[in-house]
Design a protein around this ligand. Structure first.
Ligand code: TEU
Ligand code: CA
Length: 559
């Protein structure tokens, strides 16, 4: 595989609204991000993805863009953005923005014009259909609940399509004029010095047309959008055109938010000359998720987690480079999801960090993950901000789930979990704001915060620093970045172990994924211990003793 400049980097996702507020309005902002670039650099971060900061009514927290060329005043100004780009460049860091082009906001000029004149130029930027005798064009269910069709404001017989919230009308990619607008905007940002984009919900830009019903899968008479997506052919034509017109000439870095790609299309997505540089591995995140919504989620065991990860690694090994995560702004905190309930501790958090960070692919850290931030306790549905959580709660209630159980499902999977403010200090509002935070601070901030962890050599944060420096250490980089990944000890329960192997060097990552300590067989002869989250593990007669949730990274003797 051809080496790319970004392969040996570490990436970090910032959720700006919750990162750091500098003007006391309770909302994180660009000056806050700029003031913490040195912190991120010191952590070992190279690439930073900002969740949307464009002008937006924030109906879906900025994933509803009203002006692609403007910064929302709540986050700062374009001068702040330019300063961020400059300050990042001075530190050899790269800024990546969110590209949200499946839909825009209903407050975007295009949509307002479309409402004014549905037959005109801007009407064709959207999917607008005339509805006779009350029958909607199709029965697809939007991601956030309810039909994908909403009445076009000002028109009795016209409806527009929105696969997400009704404040997020879908853009019509079949229209070449719309595509030109998008490419122009992307190039404008790349010309400004942006390194690239994280590409939002991109599979959805291709619809199975003409609109038609699918078999209903709940008693609302609607059909999951995935049924339509399975039939939608030809997303690659749009993606290839977008790559050629924008990313390629700028040599931009791109990471796709891709769910449900078709297996045979994988090389087109992230192979050499793929549509994107890389894409996120969501296989663990979606594992166990039923069609019924969050209350229907079967959960994930340590063995499931390992199997998912290895399967994903295998799928791409000859094709490209995955982006590895344990959480993001849509998911629960990784330590709350992938460590069995009640067992999250400094040690187990470090173990999880070890096994995912040293996989083949680009490692991503989501803000606060480096502190081992956890899910936030939920006392009432009134506390919830996120629209997807509110919908999932209703889905559960309608399915006959008790309010208490529905609340627990939201607590476990809700998107607010990852969106609570970053825990900088043990002081008021965790040092996030001097005002009132837009979303409650996790009450555990007195125990889990950067200030405390920076002073503690054994903290989760200090361990993440060791991981980032190990991966970029010239002695091991060839192996840890580009080396192949070979799973081992797969027949043992609660063990996650794999080799990373390059010409002349083999590194073993081995983890005891349970609270009880145990003896494990060592595949091969160990040399130097490169990293562990516990005491020096005793090694004897081909066996290694690992304490509960202990992980070890060992340089192996070459035979
Ligand atoms: O998410 C896209 C997506 O496919 C959804 O299924 C997502 O997983 C959602 O969280 C379901 O609860 C992206 C963004 O990451 C998300 O924050 C946005 O809400 C969404 O697109 C719409 O732009
Ligand atoms: Ca602010």
């Amino acid at each position: 595989m051809k080496k790319q400049w970004w392969h040996d980097k570490t990436a970090y996702q910032i959720y700006p609204k919750s990162f750091l507020d500098t003007n006391g309005d309770g909302i994180g902002d660009l000056p806050g991000i700029i003031s913490r670039l040195d912190y991120l650099k010191d952590l070992g971060v190279d690439i930073i993805w900002l969740s949307p900061i464009y002008v937006s009514p924030l109906a879906d927290q900025g994933y509803d863009i009203a002006d692609y060329y403007g910064i929302d005043p709540r986050f700062g100004t374009m001068e702040d953005m330019d300063r961020l780009l400059k300050e990042a460049r001075q530190r050899n860091m790269y800024i990546v923005m969110d590209l949200v082009v499946n839909h825009c906001s209903d407050e975007h000029f295009w949509f307002k014009e479309a409402c004014r004149d549905p037959e005109g130029k801007y009407g064709k930027y959207f999917y607008i259909e005339t509805v006779r005798d009350g029958k909607l064009p199709c029965n697809w269910r939007s991601y956030f609940g309810g039909p994908v069709w909403e009445k076009l404001p000002g028109h009795e017989d016209k409806y527009y399509l929105h696969v997400f919230h009704k404040k997020q009308p879908d853009l019509n990619w079949e229209n070449p004029a719309l595509r030109e607008e998008i490419y122009k905007m992307i190039n404008w940002w790349l010309d400004k010095g942006l390194a690239g984009f994280r590409i939002d919900a991109i599979i959805n830009i291709k619809k199975a047309l003409p609109f038609r019903d699918y078999p209903a899968d709940r008693d609302d008479g609607l059909s999951d959008i995935y049924n339509m997506l399975r039939d939608a052919e030809g997303v690659g034509e749009f993606l290839g055109e977008m790559r050629d017109r924008t990313f390629l000439p700028h040599r931009a870095f791109t990471v796709g938010e891709v769910f449900n790609e078709k297996e045979e299309e994988l090389p087109d997505f992230i192979g050499e000359n793929g549509y994107f540089s890389t894409m996120f591995d969501f296989s663990e995140a979606v594992f166990g998720r039923g069609m019924g919504g969050w209350h229907d989620d079967a959960g994930i065991t340590p063995d499931d987690y390992r199997n998912c990860v290895f399967k994903a690694q295998k799928r791409v090994e000859d094709i490209g480079f995955l982006s590895n995560i344990i959480e993001n702004h849509d998911e629960p905190r990784g330590v709350s999801r992938y460590i069995p309930e009640g067992e999250a501790s400094v040690t187990s958090k470090k173990m999880l960090a070890t096994v995912y960070f040293l996989l083949r692919g680009l490692p991503w850290i989501y803000q606060g993950q480096e502190l081992g931030m956890e899910n936030v306790p939920l006392h009432s549905i009134e506390e919830v901000d996120d629209i997807s959580s509110l919908d999932n709660y209703q889905v559960a209630i309608r399915a006959g789930v008790s309010p208490e159980k529905a609340l627990r499902a939201v607590e476990k999977f809700g998107r607010d979990n990852a969106r609570t403010p970053f825990q900088w200090t043990g002081g008021e509002n965790a040092g996030f704001t001097t005002g009132t935070p837009w979303l409650r601070v996790n009450p555990n901030y007195k125990e889990i915060n950067l200030e405390a962890q920076a002073a503690d050599p054994d903290s989760v944060y200090q361990y993440y620093k060791k991981l980032t420096s190990l991966r970029r250490d010239p002695l091991y980089k060839e192996t840890l970045v580009w080396g192949e990944l070979i799973p081992c000890l797969q027949d043992l329960h609660h063990v996650m172990a794999y080799f990373r192997k390059s010409e002349g060097q083999t590194i073993l990552v081995i983890a005891n994924y349970q609270k009880e300590g145990r003896d494990l067989p060592l595949p091969g002869t160990p040399g130097r211990l490169l990293l562990t989250n516990g005491p020096q593990p005793p090694i004897q007669e081909g066996r290694i003793y690992l304490a509960g949730y202990q992980a070890a990274v060992l340089l192996m003797e070459e035979s």
